[in-house]
Design a binder for this molecule. Structure first.
Ligand code: NAP
Length: 279
């Protein structure tokens, strides 16, 4: 029941009405009988600074940020965590001794999602597809645990720029022929492009999965649909797969834990996401 004691958290985005985060977090609050509520606020880019001042004034306990606010928030917080600083994007805001901290839970959320399925990237070799915002977080995460990384992107210059920032070993165009000699050494493929996402669910990255070793993992960040064409193809080949809901739930779980100080009920959050995602 919402009353005068209710603690408020939420997400700022523009647009934001598609967000699955309220369903995920409110399910967790209900499950733990916490008098907290998670709301979605549609904030135009020009009003982000006002919204963050309002957050302080209203005592909002924490926020998530989504498109288009993740990068602009970097300049609006009192301090950045090392992850947010390196990735250049903030997806979670929380208070620490009165200071507004800008954090990024995407990288750690991705690692938790891998490990929850039994995939340990430390010391391995991964092929990351894409060079946008999510690829930045994934590459940062993999490099932080000592995984060697090859990056493949449609626009080669963008991959080269990202590779320079994070010390990525190899860069390729996102084309089957360019990648075939690399594949036998790859232990993990991560799709960080929107290929395969509805309404283009019949597409997939042009990658020779059949050349991967039998023990390789294929992870897709796309979560709508849950079983993407890429994951179905990997399953047909007998490869192990990880869907995009894993990263989504674990980045949310980490934000939840920063705000409440309580371990997040991950299975409850994942189930709520599946229902909200229509699967
Ligand atoms: P982004 O910053 O816009 O980057 C998109 C990347 O995909 C770019 O490298 C782009 O290549 C490439 N790309 C786009 N269309 C392509 C096409 N038709 N063919 C080949 N490459 C293409 O996007 P993002 O934020 O990284 O998100 C990427 C995907 O990950 C989205 O589907 C998003 O929903 C999903 N995602 C999931 C989670 C999760 O928690 N599961 C989190 C974040 C994102 P160019 O450089 O050539 O343009």
């Amino acid at each position: 029941m919402i009353d005068a004691q209710t603690q408020v958290v939420g997400v700022l985005g523009y647009p934001v009405r598609h967000s699955l985060s309220p369903a995920m977090h409110n399910a967790a609050f209900r499950h733990l009988h916490l008098n907290w509520v998670y709301l979605a606020f549609e904030v135009p880019p020009a009003l982000l600074a006002d919204a963050l001042r309002g957050m302080r004034a209203l005592g909002i306990r924490g926020l998530n940020l989504t498109i288009p606010h993740k990068e602009s928030a970097v300049a609006l917080v009192d301090a950045l965590t090392p992850a947010a600083d390196a990735i250049g994007a903030v997806n979670t805001l929380y208070w620490e001794e009165g200071r507004l901290i800008g954090h990024n839970t995407d990288a750690e959320g991705f690692l938790r999602a891998l490990r929850a399925e039994g995939c340990e990237p430390s010391g391995g070799f991964a092929l990351v597809l894409g060079a946008g915002g999510s690829a930045r977080a994934v590459v940062y995460a993999l490099k932080s645990v000592g995984c060697r990384v090859a990056l493949a992107n449609r626009t080669l210059q963008r991959a080269q720029a990202l590779a320079e920032v994070f010390g990525v070993e190899q860069v390729f165009p996102l084309q089957r022929d360019a990648l075939s000699s690399l594949m036998p050494a790859v232990q993990l493929v991560v799709n960080c492009t929107p290929l395969g996402m509805e309404p283009n669910a019949d597409t997939m990255p042009d990658v020779p999965l059949e050349a991967l070793p039998d023990s390789a993992w294929v992870c897709d960040l796309v979560y709508r649909p849950l079983r993407t064409r890429l994951l179905k193809r990997a399953e047909q080949l007998g490869l192990r797969t990880i869907d995009g809901l894993g990263t989504l739930v674990h980045q949310g779980a980490l934000a939840f834990e920063h705000w409440t100080g309580i371990p997040a009920p991950v299975p409850v959050m994942r189930e709520a996401l599946k229902v909200a995602n229509g699967v």
